[in-house]
Design a protein around this ligand. Structure first.
Ligand SMILES: Cc1cc2nc3c(=O)[nH]c(=O)nc-3n(C[C@H](O)[C@H](O)[C@H](O)COP(=O)(O)OP(=O)(O)OC[C@H]3O[C@@H](n4cnc5c(N)ncnc54)[C@H](O)[C@@H]3O)c2cc1C
Length: 433
């Protein structure tokens, strides 16, 4: 058994943990970054878009050195009907300049690169080291036990729980339990290989530029779910996410939903001729504001997915920003020579004033949409499909009559009052833009 002592231990070398370790290492702290995977990113899954903020603040001009796939200039939101799709799209070269619109990445390349920045700043990265226990003394967590076979004990003044949605650290410290099935979605993703020229022409893109297509509506047999197709250099990231509680009601395998999404008539032509290279699955926090656990408790700062901060479609940025704030808090403690629980509460104060909490508060009703049954997944997509089909067909029926028919569809399928209430209370606050 080996025993070591650091200023801080960060568990998990994903976006949150690496951002925390990098911030502290740059400030001169001794930091251990502990990762269970053989390399950072080896076990990590995401759809594929990393945002400019807050990465630019951590690594200025990161886009000149990070393993970027494409710069996103085309955002498309598609509402799927049973065999149709209604899209809103915005395309702008401005978004591609200095990755203003975000960029696509593959975690197997991005995470090792990001962790390397933390190592170069002085953090000690230890891989193949799953943390299994926390060590407690006098009511606070003072260390962790980790390792396969040979146990290691590591001690620190503060612990950062960056070990993702199932967080062993938070569960072992009794800070939160496993997430409830209605607070997480299961995400499935395939990486599908296609020549980059095919991607360019199929998605109408210039070399190096990319598109993100997010799908809502009829994705998961009327249950809460979404899909995505993101363009990489010579692959597509294609996936779905379904609320776990709804998947359990469906009694089907998640890959059946993914197969249905891939063969939807609006999606299938985009994937034609592609070869599946990778298949991955992971849980996604979806519980919103009310699922966020105590952020600074018992000497543990909770960051990223461990703190349930993911907020569709943003997860990596929330993770990195919280990691930076946790890192800054521990730096302040070091400066003051005070690692008391009261001093570590600075992290919670910084978080409450940040973009993360402002966005979570704005989208506080998003969870209602996810859990409130079929209206958003079936009634609205069906109504939109029926209205668009009727209006777009030129058949000698005047538009005035068609608009009257559209109003009747809305009245019969959902009801005017309900639409107004949904728009005001839930849909507006849940818009990703
Ligand atoms: C299908 C899917 C699509 C997504 N799409 C997007 C997107 O396009 N854009 C976006 O911003 N976000 C997206 N997200 C969300 C995003 O991936 C997460 O919010 C983000 O990765 C959270 O970062 P994190 O560092 O908190 O956690 P993670 O990325 O989960 O990293 C946790 C790390 O901790 C390690 N770890 C876990 N347990 C232990 C342990 N016991 N001991 C040691 N190490 C441990 C893991 O191996 C991992 O490296 C998506 C997620 C999924 C699943």
């Amino acid at each position: 058994m080996s025993t070591e002592k650091f200023d801080a231990i960060v568990v998990g070398a994903g976006p949150a943990g690496t951002a925390a370790a990098l911030t502290m290492a740059k400030g001169g702290l001794s930091v251990a970054l502990i990762e269970r995977g053989e390399t950072p990113g080896a076990k990590n899954v995401f759809g594929g878009v990393v945002y400019k903020w807050p990465l630019e603040e951590i690594i200025p001009k990161f886009w000149e050195k990070a393993p970027i796939e494409r710069k996103i200039i085309d955002h498309r939101m598609v509402i799927l009907g049973k065999d149709s799709g209604f899209s809103v799209s915005y395309k702008d070269d401005y978004l591609g300049m200095e990755t203003r619109g975000g960029f696509t990445a593959l975690r197997s390349k991005f995470d090792p690169w990001f962790a390397q920045q933390a190592e170069e700043a002085g953090a000690t990265l230890v891989t193949s080291m799953p943390v299994s226990e926390v060590i407690e003394e006098g009511g606070r967590v003072v260390g962790i036990r980790a390792g396969r076979g040979k146990e290691n004990e590591l001690y620190a003044q503060a612990i950062v729980a960056a070990d993702g949605v199932m967080s062993t650290v938070l569960q072992k410290a009794g800070i939160r339990g496993p997430p409830a099935p209605e607070d997480v979605a299961i995400g499935l993703k395939e990486v599908i290989e296609l020549p980059s020229e095919t991607i360019d022409s199929r998605f109408n893109l210039k070399r190096g530029y990319g598109a993100r297509l997010d799908y809502l509506g009829s994705v998961a047999r009327g249950k809460s779910g979404g899909g995505f197709v993101y363009t990489n250099s010579n692959t597509l990231s294609v996936g779905i996410a379904v609320l776990l509680s709804h998947l359990l009601e469906l009694h089907c395998k998640p890959y059946e939903i993914l197969d249905e999404f891939k063969s939807h008539p609006v999606v299938a032509p985009l994937l034609e001729g592609g070869r599946v290279k990778e298949y991955q699955a992971h849980l996604i926090p979806e519980g919103g504001l009310q699922s966020i656990p105590p952020l600074a408790s018992r000497g543990v700062l909770a960051v990223g997915d461990a703190a349930m901060l993911c907020l569709y479609p943003e997860g990596t940025n929330m993770a990195m920003a919280s990691g930076v704030m946790a890192g800054k808090t521990i730096l302040e403690s070091k400066k003051a020579g005070d690692f008391s629980i009261q001093r570590l509460m600075l992290y919670e104060r910084l978080m409450k004033e940040s973009y993360i909490f402002k966005e979570h508060s704005r989208k506080k009703n998003y969870h209602n949409i996810l859990t409130s049954g079929d209206r958003f997944n079936t009634d609205y997509p069906d109504a939109i499909t029926e209205i668009m089909r009727n209006i777009l067909v030129v058949d000698g029926v005047d538009r005035g009559s068609k608009h009257a028919a559209a109003r009747k569809v809305i009245r019969d399928k959902v009801g005017y009052v309900r639409v107004l209430r949904d728009l005001y209370r839930d849909i507006w606050s849940a818009l990703p833009w």
